[in-house]
Design a protein around this ligand. Structure first.
Ligand code: SAH
Ligand code: SF4
Length: 426
């Protein structure tokens, strides 16, 4: 989401006549985009901005701005803490950034723009994209779920679906410019309400159907699905629509019913298991990935073992795993953060080890198969190799010329690791 927001702001500024430079030293304006989902991200941000103190002293005309969720969360307190900042701007106000820069140039006085947390972003379409063949497309903003640990609904506001016609127009425009892959973005794509009727999961499946018809687009991905709203309609769409990739990111968060209840997730571990089974019935070759939090307040050894047990049963292809951190004003921040830091570390390590074994086991049967890969990059260290992704979103490395970046190729998988496949073009 932040990647797309940064691109949006860069696009607006380029349309205003600004251009991108490669280093902070060469810039007249430096913008930080910020995430506040975990405390660690905020701490790093603060130290990165503080590092610019010397530069700002040498060049007082330099404009430094902070956008994103941390701006929205701490508002003017960020300027009190970091006086080198010229403005803070929340996600809902980002369309105003060109105007803010003009005001600062005129008045040189700090600006706080955080009043539009629940407003829809205007349908401005800067052409600019960071990449040439794959693109993120936002289908909505905000979230209504209020998971007890999560700050997102407070800093990105309540859920607003973007109109299907606007999304389709954007994707058609991308296809006309040669883009092959789109990733549809929303905090909870399954509750998308911008098309069709209001039956659970139907709106998003309908949107997928429409995007599947767009000529030129070869792959459609989406993030993120909340288990409480994932539906058979969605699984059918993944099975039946040619371009929709066979990958589902379905954050589980915990395998303990007690913790899931405290997290306000609205499902049980068994319900999650059943969903994963249903998905696999519809899409047997599909991959499934997840997010897990360890060390939520009061999480006991037994709760954690429930998580391990469910992970062993679902067998995720991969997982993002996090140590809990309290994020006020999210509700769980009122609870005592009582799992000791070293215990959180230990649980995270155990989870990582288990997931590593499972990923290896899941990748093993892929050996010898020929898979379609969208080539997306290269590695300076291995200049003969390129990287790409399978439809199931697995990173694949193979020897090929960089001119293939942006193209679809077939690769026979020769070996595997937990985190990547290796092969040869056929
Ligand atoms: N809307 C998406 C993404 C939310 S943020 C979703 O619902 O899945 C991405 C992930 O960060 C979450 O899935 C969760 O695992 C993690 N996360 C959120 N708040 C957290 C917190 N306070 N501490 C640790 N991890 C957190
Ligand atoms: Fe946060 Fe839950 Fe909304 Fe995801 S669904 S953004 S975790 S409140």
């Amino acid at each position: 989401m932040n990647f797309r927001d940064s691109e949006f702001v860069k696009g607006m500024l380029i349309d205003e006549g600004f251009s991108l430079v490669n280093s902070a030293e060469g810039a007249d304006v430096i913008l930080f985009n910020s995430c506040s989902v975990r405390k660690h991200a905020e701490d790093r941000l603060i130290s990165n901005i503080a590092d610019l103190k010397g530069l700002k002293k040498r060049r007082p005309q330099l404009i430094i701005g902070l956008m994103g969720c941390t701006a929205q969360n701490h508002k003017e307190k960020m300027i009190d803490k970091l006086p080198m900042l010229d403005f803070v701007c929340g996600p809902g106000n980002e369309a105003q950034i060109p105007g803010l820069l003009e005001d600062i140039l005129k008045n040189r006085c700090p600006i706080i723009a955080v009043d539009k947390v629940n407003e829809k972003r205007p349908e401005l379409f800067p052409e600019y994209r960071d990449e040439k063949f794959k693109a993120f497309v936002s289908i909505g903003e905000g979230c209504n779920n209020f998971c007890s640990y999560c700050i997102v609904p407070y800093v990105r506001g309540t859920e607003r679906s973007r109109k299907a016609a606007d999304i389709i127009r954007e994707v058609k425009g991308l296809a006309a410019r040669g883009f092959k892959e789109v990733t549809l973005l929303g905090q909870n794509v399954n509750s998308y309400r911008g098309i069709g009727d209001r039956v659970k999961g139907k709106g998003f499946a309908r949107l997928l159907e429409e995007i599947d018809k767009i000529k030129g687009i070869e792959r459609i991905r989406f993030m993120t699905s909340h288990p409480k709203d994932a539906s058979m309609e969605l699984f059918k769409a993944i099975r039946d629509l040619e371009k929709v990739c066979e990958h589902l990111h379905l954050p589980m968060q915990s395998g303990s019913d007690r913790i899931l209840k405290m997290m306000n997730r609205n499902y049980t571990a068994n319900k999650y298991l059943k969903l994963a089974e249903d998905y696999r019935k519809f899409v047997p070759e599909g991959s499934i990935t997840t997010d897990i939090i360890v060390g939520f307040p009061s999480e006991s050894r037994k709760d954690f073992e429930d998580t391990l047990r469910i992970m062993k049963r679902v067998k995720f292809d991969s997982a993002f795993m996090f140590k809990y951190s309290p994020r006020p004003p999210a509700k769980s921040a009122r609870l005592k953060d009582d799992v000791p830091q070293d215990e959180k570390e230990e649980r995270l390590e155990a989870l990582l080890r288990l997931q590593c074994d499972i990923s290896l086991e899941k990748n093993e049967p892929i050996k010898g198969k020929i898979l379609e890969i969208l080539v997306d990059g290269s590695n300076e260290k291995f200049p003969k190799d390129v990287t790409g992704r399978t439809r199931t979103n697995k990173v694949t490395v193979f020897e090929a010329d960089r001119s293939l970046i942006g193209k679809l190729v077939n690769v026979r998988i020769a070996s595997i690791t937990p985190h990547a496949l290796k092969g040869r073009i056929v």
